[in-house]
Design a protein around this ligand. Structure first.
Ligand SMILES: Nc1ncnc2c1ncn2[C@@H]1O[C@H](COP(=O)(O)OP(=O)(O)OP(=O)(O)O)[C@@H](O)[C@H]1O
Ligand SMILES: [Mg+2]
Length: 361
């Protein structure tokens, strides 16, 4: 595809068509294929020799999903002269293999004749995978919402129909269940909103000075007020801690989830250690380690604990907690790992960069 008028710009790209991850097909002003890169060969399973020099419309017979010849539909060299290209769309190669195709016209001037037709080809596997994972997500969410809502519906219907027949204690019990299930739905929805922010990169981090040690103490206190034995918790703090700049609400969410998991899924003493640490590129950070003495996470499941909806035991909640925790830590530029505590339980360790604002660094 090299030609004199590709000029310095093409040379400046420092890459050849075969280096591109997507299939690239270029046709000249007469519609003959002049470039058919390695990815195009892989995607179409056509030999370059069978394509190069031949008319594009014959060499690459694309059809739309209704079986119509695509080149005839768009009439690349004859259609409207103001067209600049065609957005990506799903087409079929011979043998009904799907391919994502986009095209761009290079013209003489803005509305001149087509000098080159550039076509990119991409496989559909990645898109299919993400469509499948969306469908799975929706199915799981619907399932998770259904069970608490079924109970809310059942109990309220029963109460409305037979109000007089129940004692106050029975009514209270049913209302408490309804209340707990409504809370579960609210929490699930809040978690789903967090997940959608994490997945789309819109999780906002509003940094302020955060006193992690005070936050840890607050969370331990919340657990003991909720009925846990204070002797179950031990907090170790290494003194020379750097000032941490992070989003205080999100740090609370992380600590709350990890402590809740240690109490709910773990056993025995829960140890929380706060210490200074170094992240990659020598970045200064603050590290928090939460370990317990329970069964821990089996080796073969460690790579899955941070995926959404994964839960190891029947005692599990929705399995979103750790996914959100990881999303929050990473939105801060930090890292989180899971391992085995010296006592055999689970050990979750996250490190946040101290992240001092530039004007204070
Ligand atoms: N400290 C721990 N010890 C043993 N297993 C754990 C521990 N923490 C998490 N797990 C396992 O990892 C799974 C996923 O944890 P995660 O916090 O993501 O979800 P969850 O606690 O089940 O539900 P949620 O946090 O959404 O209410 C848990 O179901 C549990 O099996
Ligand atoms: Mg959890």
């Amino acid at each position: 595809m090299e030609s004199a008028d590709d000029g310095p710009e093409a040379a400046d790209l420092h890459c050849a068509p075969d280096d591109l991850p997507d299939g690239l097909v270029v046709a000249d002003e007469r519609g003959r294929v002049v470039c058919f890169n390695a990815a195009a060969v892989r995607i179409t399973a056509l030999e370059p020799a069978a394509v190069l020099g031949r008319p594009l419309t014959e060499a690459l017979p694309l059809e739309d999903l209704k079986g119509r010849r695509w080149w005839r539909l768009i009439d690349p060299y004859g259609g409207l002269a103001i067209r600049t290209g065609h957005p990506e769309r799903n087409l079929l190669l011979p043998g009904n293999r799907e391919v994502l195709v986009a095209a761009r016209y290079v013209r003489d001037g803005r509305t001149g004749p087509v000098r080159k037709l550039i076509v990119t080809l991409r496989g559909t596997e990645a898109r299919r995978r993400s469509e499948r994972s969306h469908a799975e997500l929706i199915a799981t969410v619907a399932h998770e919402l259904r069970s608490p809502l079924t109970s809310v519906k059942g109990f309220t219907a029963t109460l409305l129909a037979k109000w007089e027949r129940f004692t106050d204690d029975q009514k209270r019990l049913m209302l408490e269940t309804v209340h707990a299930d409504a809370n579960r739905v609210t929490r699930l929805i809040a978690e789903l909103l967090d997940i959608s922010r994490i997945d789309s990169g819109r999780l906002e981090v509003r940094k302020q000075r955060v006193d992690v040690v005070a936050a840890v103490h607050r969370h331990v206190e919340a657990q003991t007020t909720a009925g846990q034995d204070p002797a179950r918790f031990r907090t170790l703090v290494r003194r020379e801690l750097p000032d941490l700049w992070a989003d205080p609400d999100k740090v609370d969410q992380v600590l709350g989830n990890l402590l809740e998991n240690a109490v709910r899924h773990g056993e025995g003493l829960v140890t929380i250690e706060v210490a200074p640490a170094t992240l990659n590129h020598g970045r200064e950070g603050t590290q928090v380690t939460v370990s317990d003495e329970g069964p821990g996470i089996p080796e073969e499941s460690m790579s899955r604990v941070f995926t959404r909806f994964w839960r190891g035991s029947k005692r599990g909640g929705t399995g979103l907690g750790l996914y959100i925790v990881k999303g929050i830590v990473e939105a801060h530029g930090g890292i989180i790992t899971v391992g085995r505590a010296p006592g055999g339980g689970a050990r979750f360790r996250f490190t946040l960069p101290v992240g001092a604002p530039a004007h204070l660094a």
